[in-house]
Design a protein around this ligand. Structure first.
Ligand SMILES: Nc1ncnc2c1ncn2[C@@H]1O[C@H](COP(=O)(O)OP(=O)(O)OP(=O)(O)O)[C@@H](O)[C@H]1O
Length: 265
């Protein structure tokens, strides 16, 4: 994981800390600036949602935090927290059972087989899939497969010795119908609270961002910069279809539209 050490300063105890992070893909005439001096701190236990026009660098930002790629400039720290990532595609191995897909998360840590099995069962219970360990992914609905992916991500982050683990989510519910998504919002919120996770959640769905986030960060069109931040001070649990969520979502959508219009994209 990317754990570049940063010196003391504001946000030193943040679970995720980006300081003036830029990312350029390619070189010379083909160089493409995807992120431009992004600074962002996620506090331990905070749920931060990232919104922005298509191609503004949201996925790039998550992959840098996950350590899957390196920034061209700036620094990133996850402050020793274990990091797990979840995508829109659950990316399960079809030939393995549901339980075996979750158990894979422990393999790298060298956890003995019996313990792997017990811990995978525990995480499947947590996402309410207790009775489904022996099934194959194709026997499950899309929402259930995404729960398995959530169980695996939580398993990956579970050996975090202390403090909250960091969960990076890249449009995890983007392919699901509205009702399944609502159910998974409730599940995720419960697990986030129970486990004090720090979450960085990318979405295109403004209401989803307001439903879930403590804070919504709006990125500019490419190159992505932090354009504006919105604190979501609505009581939890929230409903995606509530008037309060709709009002703040409309404000953010207006800003997003302005941003897209400004860049003609
Ligand atoms: N590996 C790569 N090589 C070259 N260019 C890339 C690479 N990954 C992303 N890009 C470019 O960087 C820019 C940002 O991409 P990124 O996927 O981070 O945006 P995004 O905000 O997540 O987009 P979307 O909302 O459409 O998923 C885009 O112009 C994209 O084409």
């Amino acid at each position: 994981m990317s754990t570049t050490q940063l010196g003391a300063g504001p946000g030193t105890d943040a679970a995720v800390r980006l300081e003036s992070v830029s990312k350029t893909y390619g070189h010379g005439r083909n160089a493409l600036l995807a992120l431009d001096q992004v600074s962002l701190h996620v506090r331990p236990g905070e749920f931060v949602c990232i919104l922005g026009a298509s191609g503004c660098g949201k996925s790039t930002m998550l992959s840098l935090v996950a350590g899957l790629d390196r920034p061209s400039a700036g620094q990133i720290s996850t402050n020793g927290h274990k990091v797990a990532m979840m995508f829109q595609d659950p990316a399960l191995f079809p030939w393995l059972t549901v339980a075996a897909n979750v158990e894979l998360a422990f393999r790298a840590d060298g956890v003995p087989k019996a313990e792997r099995r017990a811990r995978a069962a525990e995480f499947l219970e947590l996402v309410h899939l207790g009775g489904f360990g022996r099934k194959r992914p194709h026997e499950l609905s899309g929402g259930m497969r995404q729960r398995v992916a959530l169980a695996r991500a939580l398993a990956q982050s579970s050996s975090s010795s202390e403090g909250s683990a960091v969960l990076l989510m890249d449009e995890p519910f983007g392919a699901l119908d509205a009702m399944t998504r609502d159910l998974l919002h409730d599940e995720l919120e419960r697990i986030w609270r129970e486990r004090s996770l720090s979450v960085l959640f990318v979405t295109h769905n403004v209401r989803e961002a307001v439903r879930l986030g403590d804070r919504v960060v709006l990125l500019s069109s490419r190159p992505g910069r932090v354009e504006e931040e919105f604190a979501v001070e609505l009581e939890r649990p929230r409903r995606t279809d509530s008037a309060e969520v709709a009002t703040l979502a409309a404000r953010i959508t207006d800003r997003l539209k302005e941003e897209v219009a400004r860049h003609g994209r």
